[in-house]
Write a protein that binds this ligand. Structure first.
Ligand code: FES
Length: 98
């Protein structure tokens, strides 16, 4: 195994886990456009080399979903919708300025 420093200032994980409405899960309640919209905005702002947007499986806090987590500051955003995109981008901008 080799250890490397992560190349991103921020890595945002969007939970897309779906359980087919058998149990609450982010993928059953989230807008499927969220990932592409955030990726487009990150690219448009020139943040792409420093900000990574990834879809993930369960982040372990299903009942509060749809969930999104930002590392390294370990920010957990819950009950996320497309309406929250401006606030998510403002959070990323603030983190990049630190
Ligand atoms: S299904 Fe999204 S946190 Fe568990």
């Amino acid at each position: 195994m080799k250890t490397h420093e992560a190349p991103y200032a921020c890595h945002l994980f969007i939970c897309t886990k779906s359980r087919g409405n058998k149990r609450k899960s982010c993928g059953d309640g989230a807008n499927p456009e969220l990932t592409s919209l955030l990726k487009d905005e990150v690219k448009k702002r020139g943040w792409k080399p420093r900000v990574r947007i990834s879809e993930s499986s369960c982040l372990g806090v299903c009942d509060a979903g749809p969930n999104l987590m930002i590392y390294p500051p370990k920010i957990w955003l819950s009950d996320v919708s497309l309406d929250d995109v401006p606030e998510i981008l403002a959070t990323l901008e603030k983190l990049l300025a630190e």
